[in-house]
Design a protein around this ligand. Structure first.
Ligand code: GLU
Length: 505
Protein backbone atom coordinates (compact mmCIF):
# COMPACT_ATOMS: atom_id res chain seq x y z
CA UNK A 1 0.00 0.00 0.00
CA UNK A 2 0.99 3.62 -0.47
CA UNK A 3 2.28 5.75 2.40
CA UNK A 4 -0.88 7.77 2.45
CA UNK A 5 -1.73 9.08 5.92
CA UNK A 6 -4.61 7.07 7.32
CA UNK A 7 -6.14 7.65 10.74
CA UNK A 8 -9.19 6.24 12.41
CA UNK A 9 -11.70 7.13 15.05
CA UNK A 10 -12.65 3.87 16.74
CA UNK A 11 -15.45 4.40 19.24
CA UNK A 12 -17.27 1.62 21.03
CA UNK A 13 -21.03 2.06 20.75
CA UNK A 14 -21.70 1.80 24.48
CA UNK A 15 -23.81 4.95 24.92
CA UNK A 16 -23.82 8.56 23.78
CA UNK A 17 -20.45 9.80 22.57
CA UNK A 18 -18.88 12.12 25.15
CA UNK A 19 -17.41 15.38 23.84
CA UNK A 20 -13.97 13.95 24.69
CA UNK A 21 -14.66 11.35 22.00
CA UNK A 22 -15.75 14.06 19.60
CA UNK A 23 -12.50 15.90 20.29
CA UNK A 24 -10.60 12.71 19.40
CA UNK A 25 -12.55 12.45 16.14
CA UNK A 26 -11.90 16.12 15.37
CA UNK A 27 -8.13 15.89 15.96
CA UNK A 28 -7.94 12.77 13.78
CA UNK A 29 -9.87 14.56 11.06
CA UNK A 30 -7.73 17.71 11.27
CA UNK A 31 -4.51 15.72 11.20
CA UNK A 32 -5.61 13.67 8.19
CA UNK A 33 -6.97 16.57 6.18
CA UNK A 34 -3.95 18.77 6.83
CA UNK A 35 -1.77 16.04 5.32
CA UNK A 36 -4.14 14.98 2.56
CA UNK A 37 -4.91 11.69 4.29
CA UNK A 38 -7.96 9.56 5.02
CA UNK A 39 -10.14 9.67 8.10
CA UNK A 40 -11.80 6.37 8.89
CA UNK A 41 -14.64 5.56 11.25
CA UNK A 42 -14.45 2.08 12.75
CA UNK A 43 -17.10 0.85 15.15
CA UNK A 44 -15.55 -1.31 17.87
CA UNK A 45 -18.52 -3.37 18.91
CA UNK A 46 -16.97 -6.69 19.88
CA UNK A 47 -18.16 -6.44 23.46
CA UNK A 48 -21.76 -7.49 23.07
CA UNK A 49 -22.48 -6.97 26.77
CA UNK A 50 -21.78 -3.27 26.51
CA UNK A 51 -23.48 -2.71 23.17
CA UNK A 52 -26.17 -0.04 23.29
CA UNK A 53 -28.84 0.27 20.62
CA UNK A 54 -28.70 3.59 18.78
CA UNK A 55 -25.18 4.48 19.91
CA UNK A 56 -23.66 3.97 16.45
CA UNK A 57 -26.30 6.15 14.78
CA UNK A 58 -25.63 8.75 17.45
CA UNK A 59 -21.90 8.79 16.60
CA UNK A 60 -22.58 9.18 12.88
CA UNK A 61 -25.18 11.88 13.47
CA UNK A 62 -22.86 13.80 15.79
CA UNK A 63 -20.01 13.77 13.25
CA UNK A 64 -22.47 14.80 10.59
CA UNK A 65 -23.83 17.70 12.65
CA UNK A 66 -20.31 18.96 13.34
CA UNK A 67 -19.38 18.51 9.69
CA UNK A 68 -16.50 16.17 10.41
CA UNK A 69 -17.04 13.74 7.53
CA UNK A 70 -15.30 10.38 7.44
CA UNK A 71 -13.86 9.03 4.19
CA UNK A 72 -14.53 5.38 4.99
CA UNK A 73 -16.77 3.78 7.55
CA UNK A 74 -20.12 2.07 8.01
CA UNK A 75 -22.29 3.03 5.05
CA UNK A 76 -19.28 4.48 3.22
CA UNK A 77 -17.41 1.41 2.15
CA UNK A 78 -13.75 1.66 1.14
CA UNK A 79 -11.33 -1.13 0.22
CA UNK A 80 -10.72 -2.43 3.74
CA UNK A 81 -14.23 -2.84 5.14
CA UNK A 82 -16.44 -3.85 6.73
CA UNK A 83 -15.97 -1.12 9.31
CA UNK A 84 -17.93 -2.67 12.15
CA UNK A 85 -15.90 -5.17 14.14
CA UNK A 86 -18.96 -7.35 14.71
CA UNK A 87 -19.02 -7.87 10.93
CA UNK A 88 -15.33 -8.81 10.94
CA UNK A 89 -15.68 -11.55 13.56
CA UNK A 90 -14.59 -14.32 11.23
CA UNK A 91 -11.28 -12.58 10.71
CA UNK A 92 -9.71 -12.42 14.13
CA UNK A 93 -9.34 -16.09 15.04
CA UNK A 94 -6.73 -16.59 12.38
CA UNK A 95 -4.56 -13.90 13.99
CA UNK A 96 -4.95 -15.38 17.46
CA UNK A 97 -3.85 -18.68 15.93
CA UNK A 98 -0.78 -17.03 14.43
CA UNK A 99 0.27 -15.90 17.89
CA UNK A 100 -0.41 -19.35 19.33
CA UNK A 101 1.77 -20.89 16.61
CA UNK A 102 4.63 -18.47 17.18
CA UNK A 103 4.55 -19.03 20.95
CA UNK A 104 3.39 -15.48 21.68
CA UNK A 105 0.05 -16.63 23.02
CA UNK A 106 -1.35 -19.61 24.87
CA UNK A 107 -4.64 -21.24 25.83
CA UNK A 108 -5.83 -20.60 29.36
CA UNK A 109 -8.41 -22.98 30.78
CA UNK A 110 -8.83 -21.36 34.18
CA UNK A 111 -12.48 -21.06 35.12
CA UNK A 112 -13.98 -17.75 36.12
CA UNK A 113 -14.53 -19.18 39.63
CA UNK A 114 -10.90 -20.29 39.97
CA UNK A 115 -9.67 -16.82 38.96
CA UNK A 116 -12.14 -15.17 41.27
CA UNK A 117 -10.86 -17.28 44.15
CA UNK A 118 -7.27 -16.35 43.36
CA UNK A 119 -8.17 -12.69 43.29
CA UNK A 120 -9.85 -12.96 46.66
CA UNK A 121 -6.98 -14.92 48.19
CA UNK A 122 -4.51 -12.29 47.04
CA UNK A 123 -6.71 -9.51 48.27
CA UNK A 124 -6.90 -11.13 51.69
CA UNK A 125 -3.10 -10.92 51.78
CA UNK A 126 -3.26 -7.27 50.71
CA UNK A 127 -1.93 -8.09 47.25
CA UNK A 128 -3.34 -7.95 43.74
CA UNK A 129 -3.51 -11.04 41.60
CA UNK A 130 -2.12 -10.65 38.13
CA UNK A 131 -2.05 -13.29 35.39
CA UNK A 132 1.57 -12.72 34.46
CA UNK A 133 5.05 -14.14 33.98
CA UNK A 134 5.46 -14.70 37.73
CA UNK A 135 2.58 -17.10 38.12
CA UNK A 136 1.42 -18.19 34.67
CA UNK A 137 3.30 -21.50 35.00
CA UNK A 138 1.30 -22.49 38.05
CA UNK A 139 -2.05 -21.77 36.42
CA UNK A 140 -4.35 -23.90 34.28
CA UNK A 141 -3.08 -23.15 30.81
CA UNK A 142 -1.41 -24.74 27.82
CA UNK A 143 2.11 -23.67 28.79
CA UNK A 144 4.01 -26.83 29.56
CA UNK A 145 1.38 -29.06 27.95
CA UNK A 146 2.15 -31.12 24.87
CA UNK A 147 0.30 -30.55 21.58
CA UNK A 148 -1.67 -33.73 22.22
CA UNK A 149 -2.65 -32.72 25.70
CA UNK A 150 -3.86 -29.37 24.47
CA UNK A 151 -5.81 -30.99 21.67
CA UNK A 152 -7.44 -33.37 24.10
CA UNK A 153 -8.66 -30.51 26.23
CA UNK A 154 -9.97 -28.65 23.21
CA UNK A 155 -11.68 -31.80 21.88
CA UNK A 156 -13.29 -32.34 25.27
CA UNK A 157 -14.87 -28.92 24.83
CA UNK A 158 -13.14 -27.28 27.77
CA UNK A 159 -13.77 -23.55 27.92
CA UNK A 160 -10.71 -21.46 27.21
CA UNK A 161 -9.44 -18.02 26.39
CA UNK A 162 -6.32 -17.13 24.48
CA UNK A 163 -3.85 -14.97 26.38
CA UNK A 164 -0.89 -12.98 25.16
CA UNK A 165 2.43 -14.08 26.62
CA UNK A 166 4.19 -10.94 27.77
CA UNK A 167 7.96 -11.32 27.42
CA UNK A 168 9.38 -11.23 30.92
CA UNK A 169 11.90 -8.76 32.29
CA UNK A 170 12.37 -6.59 29.25
CA UNK A 171 12.80 -2.86 29.21
CA UNK A 172 10.57 -1.72 26.39
CA UNK A 173 11.12 1.62 24.71
CA UNK A 174 8.70 3.47 22.48
CA UNK A 175 7.59 6.94 21.47
CA UNK A 176 4.41 8.90 21.64
CA UNK A 177 4.14 11.89 19.30
CA UNK A 178 2.82 14.08 22.11
CA UNK A 179 4.60 12.64 25.12
CA UNK A 180 7.95 11.77 23.59
CA UNK A 181 10.04 8.72 24.56
CA UNK A 182 8.83 6.24 27.16
CA UNK A 183 10.26 3.20 28.80
CA UNK A 184 8.39 0.38 30.48
CA UNK A 185 9.51 -2.73 32.30
CA UNK A 186 7.46 -5.57 30.85
CA UNK A 187 7.25 -7.31 34.21
CA UNK A 188 4.53 -4.85 35.25
CA UNK A 189 2.30 -6.08 32.41
CA UNK A 190 -0.15 -8.95 32.65
CA UNK A 191 -1.03 -11.58 30.06
CA UNK A 192 -4.10 -9.93 28.59
CA UNK A 193 -6.88 -12.01 27.07
CA UNK A 194 -6.87 -11.66 23.29
CA UNK A 195 -9.64 -14.02 22.42
CA UNK A 196 -12.64 -14.89 24.56
CA UNK A 197 -14.56 -18.08 25.16
CA UNK A 198 -17.54 -16.65 23.23
CA UNK A 199 -15.45 -16.71 20.04
CA UNK A 200 -14.96 -12.95 20.00
CA UNK A 201 -11.65 -11.10 20.09
CA UNK A 202 -11.02 -8.59 22.87
CA UNK A 203 -10.46 -4.94 22.16
CA UNK A 204 -6.67 -5.36 22.12
CA UNK A 205 -6.54 -8.02 19.43
CA UNK A 206 -9.28 -6.62 17.21
CA UNK A 207 -7.88 -3.11 17.48
CA UNK A 208 -4.36 -4.08 16.43
CA UNK A 209 -5.47 -6.44 13.67
CA UNK A 210 -7.82 -3.85 12.23
CA UNK A 211 -5.35 -0.99 12.44
CA UNK A 212 -2.96 -3.21 10.51
CA UNK A 213 -5.47 -4.43 7.92
CA UNK A 214 -6.85 -0.93 7.46
CA UNK A 215 -3.33 0.43 6.89
CA UNK A 216 -3.61 2.94 9.71
CA UNK A 217 -0.46 5.07 9.87
CA UNK A 218 -1.24 7.13 12.99
CA UNK A 219 -3.28 6.23 16.04
CA UNK A 220 -4.59 9.38 17.71
CA UNK A 221 -6.67 8.59 20.78
CA UNK A 222 -7.39 9.62 24.34
CA UNK A 223 -4.88 9.44 27.16
CA UNK A 224 -6.89 6.69 28.85
CA UNK A 225 -5.41 4.29 26.27
CA UNK A 226 -1.81 5.10 27.12
CA UNK A 227 -1.55 2.18 29.60
CA UNK A 228 -2.39 -0.18 26.69
CA UNK A 229 0.36 1.16 24.48
CA UNK A 230 3.11 -1.18 25.71
CA UNK A 231 0.92 -4.22 25.06
CA UNK A 232 0.01 -2.89 21.63
CA UNK A 233 3.67 -2.37 20.75
CA UNK A 234 4.40 -5.93 21.85
CA UNK A 235 1.55 -7.23 19.73
CA UNK A 236 2.90 -5.47 16.64
CA UNK A 237 6.27 -6.97 17.33
CA UNK A 238 4.81 -10.44 17.83
CA UNK A 239 3.02 -10.20 14.49
CA UNK A 240 6.13 -8.75 12.90
CA UNK A 241 4.11 -5.80 11.63
CA UNK A 242 5.21 -2.23 11.48
CA UNK A 243 3.45 -0.31 14.25
CA UNK A 244 1.69 2.93 13.42
CA UNK A 245 2.79 6.12 15.17
CA UNK A 246 0.88 6.90 18.36
CA UNK A 247 -0.41 10.16 19.82
CA UNK A 248 -2.34 10.17 23.08
CA UNK A 249 -4.46 13.28 23.57
CA UNK A 250 -4.60 14.96 26.99
CA UNK A 251 -7.51 14.42 29.34
CA UNK A 252 -10.34 16.92 29.43
CA UNK A 253 -10.59 18.18 33.00
CA UNK A 254 -13.45 19.49 35.09
CA UNK A 255 -14.02 23.28 34.96
CA UNK A 256 -13.09 23.42 38.64
CA UNK A 257 -11.33 20.98 40.91
CA UNK A 258 -9.52 17.80 40.07
CA UNK A 259 -10.27 14.99 37.67
CA UNK A 260 -11.86 14.20 34.35
CA UNK A 261 -14.85 16.11 33.02
CA UNK A 262 -17.97 14.06 33.73
CA UNK A 263 -21.66 14.20 32.96
CA UNK A 264 -22.20 15.15 36.57
CA UNK A 265 -20.10 18.31 36.17
CA UNK A 266 -22.31 19.28 33.26
CA UNK A 267 -25.50 18.61 35.21
CA UNK A 268 -24.22 20.55 38.19
CA UNK A 269 -23.04 23.57 36.23
CA UNK A 270 -25.66 23.53 33.51
CA UNK A 271 -23.76 22.67 30.34
CA UNK A 272 -23.88 19.59 28.11
CA UNK A 273 -21.02 17.11 27.82
CA UNK A 274 -22.56 15.42 24.79
CA UNK A 275 -22.86 16.74 21.26
CA UNK A 276 -26.48 15.66 20.80
CA UNK A 277 -29.31 14.94 23.16
CA UNK A 278 -29.60 11.32 24.25
CA UNK A 279 -32.57 9.63 25.81
CA UNK A 280 -31.91 6.54 27.87
CA UNK A 281 -34.26 3.58 28.06
CA UNK A 282 -35.42 4.60 31.50
CA UNK A 283 -36.42 7.98 30.11
CA UNK A 284 -33.64 10.16 31.48
CA UNK A 285 -32.25 12.80 29.15
CA UNK A 286 -28.65 13.72 28.54
CA UNK A 287 -28.42 17.28 27.25
CA UNK A 288 -26.74 17.89 23.93
CA UNK A 289 -25.05 20.95 22.46
CA UNK A 290 -27.26 20.80 19.37
CA UNK A 291 -30.53 20.78 21.28
CA UNK A 292 -29.26 23.40 23.71
CA UNK A 293 -29.00 25.75 20.77
CA UNK A 294 -25.26 25.78 20.08
CA UNK A 295 -23.96 26.14 16.55
CA UNK A 296 -21.67 23.38 15.28
CA UNK A 297 -18.99 25.97 14.42
CA UNK A 298 -18.87 27.07 18.07
CA UNK A 299 -18.58 23.51 19.34
CA UNK A 300 -15.81 22.65 16.87
CA UNK A 301 -13.86 25.81 17.70
CA UNK A 302 -14.21 25.12 21.42
CA UNK A 303 -13.15 21.47 21.07
CA UNK A 304 -10.10 22.37 19.00
CA UNK A 305 -8.76 24.39 21.90
CA UNK A 306 -9.09 21.53 24.35
CA UNK A 307 -5.46 20.51 24.34
CA UNK A 308 -4.31 22.31 21.20
CA UNK A 309 -3.39 25.91 20.52
CA UNK A 310 -2.14 27.61 17.37
CA UNK A 311 0.79 29.34 19.11
CA UNK A 312 -0.67 32.73 18.21
CA UNK A 313 -3.32 35.01 19.71
CA UNK A 314 -5.94 33.86 17.23
CA UNK A 315 -8.87 32.11 18.86
CA UNK A 316 -11.51 32.07 16.17
CA UNK A 317 -11.06 29.31 13.63
CA UNK A 318 -13.38 27.84 11.05
CA UNK A 319 -13.01 24.13 10.42
CA UNK A 320 -11.03 24.90 7.28
CA UNK A 321 -8.70 27.24 9.17
CA UNK A 322 -8.22 24.55 11.80
CA UNK A 323 -7.21 22.06 9.13
CA UNK A 324 -4.54 24.49 7.94
CA UNK A 325 -3.27 25.41 11.38
CA UNK A 326 -3.38 22.02 13.08
CA UNK A 327 -0.35 20.00 14.08
CA UNK A 328 0.22 17.37 16.74
CA UNK A 329 3.36 19.24 17.84
CA UNK A 330 1.08 21.89 19.27
CA UNK A 331 -0.99 19.44 21.30
CA UNK A 332 -0.20 19.60 25.02
CA UNK A 333 0.59 16.77 27.37
CA UNK A 334 -1.14 18.44 30.29
CA UNK A 335 -4.87 17.99 30.82
CA UNK A 336 -7.11 20.58 29.19
CA UNK A 337 -9.52 22.35 31.51
CA UNK A 338 -13.03 22.61 30.17
CA UNK A 339 -14.46 26.13 30.22
CA UNK A 340 -18.22 26.37 29.63
CA UNK A 341 -18.09 30.17 29.57
CA UNK A 342 -15.59 30.09 26.73
CA UNK A 343 -17.95 27.85 24.80
CA UNK A 344 -20.63 30.51 25.18
CA UNK A 345 -18.18 33.13 24.02
CA UNK A 346 -17.57 31.12 20.83
CA UNK A 347 -21.31 30.62 20.46
CA UNK A 348 -21.97 34.36 20.76
CA UNK A 349 -19.40 35.02 18.09
CA UNK A 350 -20.75 32.48 15.62
CA UNK A 351 -24.34 33.63 16.14
CA UNK A 352 -23.22 37.16 15.20
CA UNK A 353 -21.39 35.75 12.17
CA UNK A 354 -24.39 33.83 10.92
CA UNK A 355 -25.91 34.94 7.65
CA UNK A 356 -28.74 37.26 8.71
CA UNK A 357 -31.14 35.83 6.19
CA UNK A 358 -30.58 32.34 7.56
CA UNK A 359 -30.82 33.52 11.17
CA UNK A 360 -34.06 35.36 10.36
CA UNK A 361 -35.57 32.31 8.69
CA UNK A 362 -34.62 30.16 11.67
CA UNK A 363 -36.00 32.66 14.16
CA UNK A 364 -39.25 32.84 12.19
CA UNK A 365 -39.58 29.08 12.48
CA UNK A 366 -38.77 29.26 16.17
CA UNK A 367 -41.49 31.87 16.78
CA UNK A 368 -44.04 29.99 14.71
CA UNK A 369 -43.25 26.77 16.59
CA UNK A 370 -44.24 28.66 19.72
CA UNK A 371 -47.62 29.28 18.10
CA UNK A 372 -47.25 32.93 17.09
CA UNK A 373 -47.71 34.44 13.68
CA UNK A 374 -44.80 36.29 12.07
CA UNK A 375 -46.90 37.62 9.21
CA UNK A 376 -47.13 41.25 10.19
CA UNK A 377 -43.65 41.52 11.58
CA UNK A 378 -40.43 42.46 9.82
CA UNK A 379 -38.51 39.68 11.50
CA UNK A 380 -35.28 40.56 9.69
CA UNK A 381 -35.24 44.08 11.15
CA UNK A 382 -36.11 42.65 14.53
CA UNK A 383 -33.23 40.17 14.36
CA UNK A 384 -30.73 42.88 13.44
CA UNK A 385 -31.99 44.97 16.38
CA UNK A 386 -31.72 42.19 18.96
CA UNK A 387 -28.88 40.08 17.68
CA UNK A 388 -25.96 41.77 19.34
CA UNK A 389 -27.09 40.88 22.82
CA UNK A 390 -28.05 37.33 21.90
CA UNK A 391 -25.93 34.22 22.35
CA UNK A 392 -28.68 31.74 21.49
CA UNK A 393 -31.83 31.82 19.41
CA UNK A 394 -33.62 31.60 22.73
CA UNK A 395 -32.16 35.00 23.70
CA UNK A 396 -33.73 36.57 20.62
CA UNK A 397 -37.05 35.28 21.88
CA UNK A 398 -36.34 36.30 25.45
CA UNK A 399 -35.58 39.84 24.30
CA UNK A 400 -38.15 40.10 21.56
CA UNK A 401 -41.16 37.93 22.45
CA UNK A 402 -43.27 41.07 23.09
CA UNK A 403 -43.17 41.86 19.38
CA UNK A 404 -45.38 38.81 18.87
CA UNK A 405 -47.47 38.89 22.04
CA UNK A 406 -48.92 42.03 23.60
CA UNK A 407 -48.23 42.37 27.32
CA UNK A 408 -50.97 40.86 29.46
CA UNK A 409 -49.65 42.47 32.62
CA UNK A 410 -47.03 45.00 33.63
CA UNK A 411 -43.93 44.42 35.69
CA UNK A 412 -45.10 45.33 39.18
CA UNK A 413 -42.07 47.24 40.37
CA UNK A 414 -41.75 49.20 37.15
CA UNK A 415 -45.50 49.96 37.06
CA UNK A 416 -45.34 51.40 40.55
CA UNK A 417 -42.67 53.82 39.40
CA UNK A 418 -44.06 54.61 35.97
CA UNK A 419 -47.86 54.73 36.37
CA UNK A 420 -48.80 57.94 38.23
CA UNK A 421 -51.99 59.98 38.50
CA UNK A 422 -51.29 61.94 35.34
CA UNK A 423 -50.00 58.97 33.29
CA UNK A 424 -53.33 58.11 31.67
CA UNK A 425 -53.60 61.65 30.30
CA UNK A 426 -50.02 61.68 29.14
CA UNK A 427 -50.44 58.34 27.32
CA UNK A 428 -53.69 59.56 25.77
CA UNK A 429 -51.78 62.51 24.32
CA UNK A 430 -49.03 60.24 23.02
CA UNK A 431 -51.68 57.98 21.49
CA UNK A 432 -53.20 60.94 19.64
CA UNK A 433 -49.81 62.05 18.35
CA UNK A 434 -48.95 58.54 17.21
CA UNK A 435 -52.33 58.28 15.52
CA UNK A 436 -51.45 61.28 13.34
CA UNK A 437 -47.99 60.16 12.27
CA UNK A 438 -48.12 59.32 8.58
CA UNK A 439 -44.58 58.13 7.91
CA UNK A 440 -44.55 55.49 10.65
CA UNK A 441 -40.78 55.34 11.08
CA UNK A 442 -38.76 55.33 14.29
CA UNK A 443 -37.21 58.68 13.31
CA UNK A 444 -40.52 60.39 12.67
CA UNK A 445 -42.14 58.94 15.79
CA UNK A 446 -39.21 60.04 17.87
CA UNK A 447 -39.35 63.55 16.41
CA UNK A 448 -43.07 63.97 17.08
CA UNK A 449 -43.19 62.48 20.57
CA UNK A 450 -40.02 64.17 21.75
CA UNK A 451 -41.21 67.47 20.28
CA UNK A 452 -44.40 67.19 22.29
CA UNK A 453 -42.49 66.34 25.48
CA UNK A 454 -40.31 69.41 25.00
CA UNK A 455 -43.35 71.64 24.43
CA UNK A 456 -45.03 70.37 27.57
CA UNK A 457 -41.95 70.89 29.63
CA UNK A 458 -42.49 67.61 31.44
CA UNK A 459 -39.82 65.11 32.42
CA UNK A 460 -38.71 62.75 29.69
CA UNK A 461 -39.04 59.73 31.99
CA UNK A 462 -42.64 60.57 32.84
CA UNK A 463 -43.52 59.78 29.23
CA UNK A 464 -40.96 57.26 28.12
CA UNK A 465 -41.26 54.91 31.08
CA UNK A 466 -45.02 54.33 30.87
CA UNK A 467 -44.78 54.25 27.10
CA UNK A 468 -42.20 51.47 27.16
CA UNK A 469 -44.17 49.61 29.79
CA UNK A 470 -47.35 49.82 27.71
CA UNK A 471 -45.58 48.41 24.65
CA UNK A 472 -43.31 45.82 26.29
CA UNK A 473 -44.77 45.01 29.70
CA UNK A 474 -41.39 45.53 31.36
CA UNK A 475 -38.49 47.97 31.19
CA UNK A 476 -36.51 46.17 28.52
CA UNK A 477 -36.07 45.98 24.76
CA UNK A 478 -34.56 48.19 22.09
CA UNK A 479 -35.38 51.84 21.40
CA UNK A 480 -39.08 52.61 22.11
CA UNK A 481 -39.59 54.27 18.73
CA UNK A 482 -38.01 51.31 16.92
CA UNK A 483 -40.43 49.09 18.81
CA UNK A 484 -43.43 51.19 17.77
CA UNK A 485 -42.32 51.34 14.15
CA UNK A 486 -42.00 47.56 14.06
CA UNK A 487 -45.31 46.93 15.80
CA UNK A 488 -47.08 49.22 13.34
CA UNK A 489 -49.58 51.96 14.07
CA UNK A 490 -52.57 49.82 14.92
CA UNK A 491 -50.80 47.54 17.36
CA UNK A 492 -48.86 50.38 19.00
CA UNK A 493 -52.05 52.33 19.61
CA UNK A 494 -53.85 49.23 20.92
CA UNK A 495 -51.11 48.65 23.45
CA UNK A 496 -51.03 52.27 24.61
CA UNK A 497 -54.83 52.19 24.94
CA UNK A 498 -54.72 48.97 26.97
CA UNK A 499 -52.30 50.59 29.40
CA UNK A 500 -54.56 53.64 29.71
CA UNK A 501 -57.48 51.33 30.48
CA UNK A 502 -55.54 49.44 33.11
CA UNK A 503 -54.31 52.64 34.78
CA UNK A 504 -57.83 54.06 34.84
CA UNK A 505 -59.43 50.91 36.20
N1 GLU B 1 -12.71 1.36 21.08
C1 GLU B 1 -11.80 2.20 21.79
C2 GLU B 1 -12.62 3.33 22.40
O1 GLU B 1 -13.75 3.13 22.65
C3 GLU B 1 -10.74 2.69 20.84
C4 GLU B 1 -9.45 3.08 21.45
C5 GLU B 1 -8.42 3.31 20.37
O2 GLU B 1 -8.59 4.31 19.66
O3 GLU B 1 -7.54 2.50 20.22
O4 GLU B 1 -12.18 4.40 22.67
Amino acid sequence: MSDKIRVRFAPSPTGPLHIGGVRTALFNYLFAKKLGGDFILRIEDTDQNRYVEGAEDYIVEALDWLQIPFDEGPGKEGDVGPYRQSERKHLYREYADMLLASGNAYYAFDTAEALEKLRNDYEAKGETFSYDAKNRDSLNNSLGLSEDEIQQKLDAGEDYVIRFKIPAGESLQFRDMIRGGMQIDTSILDDKVLFKSDGMPTYHLANIVDDHLMAITHVIRGEEWLPSLALHMLLYRAFDWQAPKFAHLPLILKPVGKGKLSKRDGDKMGFPVFPLEWKTEDGSIYNGYREDGYLPEAVVNMLAFLGWNPGTEQELFSLEELVNAFSLERVNKAGARFDPEKTKWFQHHYLQEMDEGVLTAQFKKYVEAKGFSTENMEVGVLVSLLKERATFMEDLWEQGHFFFEAPTNYDEKAAKKAFKDDTADILANVRDIVEKVEDFSAAELSKQVKGWIADQEIGFGKVMMPLRLSLVGEMKGPDVFEIMALLGKKEAINRIQSAINVIKS
